[in-house]
Design a protein around this ligand. Structure first.
Ligand code: NPQ
Ligand code: MG
Length: 380
């Protein structure tokens, strides 16, 4: 058979295993929406014509970051998304989002399926995520997200520890009552050259504009998602009242919203999280449109296991990712990961996996030891 212009029939997915795992965090992680001590993750394992693929759903145990949560994601996958995919017949990874388009929202659930389909497809084609997404580098600069601490001394010790490890950028989680003082303390202790930014996870209102402008004197790279998810226009109004660049996270749920937010002047930087926007392919579209408009992007993090981390690192290797991401090493969060761990290099970078698909081996015995529930879904 000729290989020229051959239209390959995508491999039919014959089974989808949904595995819930509980991974303890190395330390509690406090944000403006709560304190997390463990990661309850949902893994998607697809089997298709002798190849396998892995996906990870980034929804949290509780709907505190966004409206999605892991039990709901698992339910919509089994009750709505997989039945649509089975009914449609075999589709390639690029077609998953199209088939699932009639279902509103549930982007983290959709992203997990598309990711598993992509991994299977790429493993079959002997191509990497990095190649498929358009990576232009084999190492990505890494930052770290630092939780709200009991006091400033504990914060300074924690930041010192991360800088000793080689992280290139520090992001402080903030909330009303924990903002100007910790930022001032970190700036004073570590100097003006430290790449420093803050993330409020929607904890403020537009009435706090004058207070947030007090952060201007500290030369922050950006302030991330100060206002509620739906308040895109309010971010544009805030942007005219502070000098620190506004970066959106929670608000950016699609390429369409990203384009509108930029046009409105609501953000000059975008945090790209593939789960939040419905998958890696939509994430690439957001990267592309931001790049066309001169808007810097960086790769966010959702405390991914090595599966999601591998794909994030591949994405962060695209040319528009000009700021260090929350692509931290595995040991920032977990003592034991379900893949060989991502380790921070002496240059403060993580290596982009180059093997087929995600390019990481899933340690099945570790997955099994952490599993709290599992089910296998087949077409019927
Ligand atoms: C953010 N991530 O950028 C998120 C928020 C976040 C690295 O700061 C469990 C699962 C706990 C997902 C805590 C970082 C979490 C989580 C925070 C996501 O806004
Ligand atoms: Mg954020």
């Amino acid at each position: 058979m000729s290989t020229v212009e051959r239209v390959e029939t995508p491999p039919a997915v014959e089974a989808v295993e949904l595995i819930r795992i509980r991974m303890p965090l190395v330390a509690p992680f406090r944000t403006s929406f709560g304190t997390q001590t463990a990661r309850d993750a949902l893994l998607v394992h697809v089997l298709a014509g002798g190849v396998e693929g892995w996906g990870e759903c980034v929804a949290m145990e509780e709907p505190l970051y966004s409206s999605e949560y892991v039990d709901a994601a698992e339910h919509v996958i089994t009750a709505h998304l997989l039945p649509r995919l089975w009914r449609n017949g075999p589709t390639d990874a690029a077609g998953v989002a199209t088939v699932l388009e009639p279902v509103k929202g549930h982007r983290m659930a959709k992203a997990a399926l598309e990711m598993a389909w992509l991994d299977a497809e790429l493993r079959a084609q002997n191509r990497s995520f990095a190649q498929r997404l358009g990576a232009v580098t084999d190492r990505v600069r890494s930052g770290v997200s630092v939780g709200i601490m009991p006091d400033v001394d504990a914060l300074l010790d924690t930041v010192q520890g991360y800088l000793d490890q080689g992280y290139l950028r520090i992001k402080l989680k903030i909330e009303p009552g924990w903002d100007v003082e910790p930022v001032r303390a970190v700036r004073q202790r570590f100097g003006d050259d430290l790449l420093l930014q803050v993330d409020a996870n929607t904890a403020y209102t537009l009435a706090d504009a004058d207070h947030l402008a007090r952060l201007d004197e500290f030369g922050l790279l950006l302030i991330e998602q100060p206002l509620p998810e739906e308040e895109v226009l309010a971010h544009a109004k805030l942007a005219r009242r502070v000098r620190t660049p506004i970066c959106l996270d929670e608000s950016i749920v699609s390429a369409v919203v990203a384009a509108e937010a930029i046009e409105m002047g609501a953000c000059s930087i975008v945090n790209i999280k593939p789960g939040r926007v419905g998958g890696y392919l939509e994430a690439v579209r957001i990267h592309d449109l931001c790049r066309e408009r001169g808007v810097a992007v960086w790769c966010g993090g959702m405390l991914e296991t090595g599966i999601g981390r591998a794909a994030n690192v591949a994405l962060a290797a695209l040319p528009g990712f000009t700021l260090p991401g929350d692509t931290s090493a595995s040991d920032r969060y977990f003592a034991e990961d379900i893949t060989p761990p991502f380790v921070l290099g002496d240059d403060g970078c993580l290596a982009v996996p180059q093997g087929p698909g995600l390019g990481v081996d899933v340690l099945r015995d570790v997955v099994d030891s952490l599993a709290t529930a599992r089910q296998t879904v087949r077409p019927r």
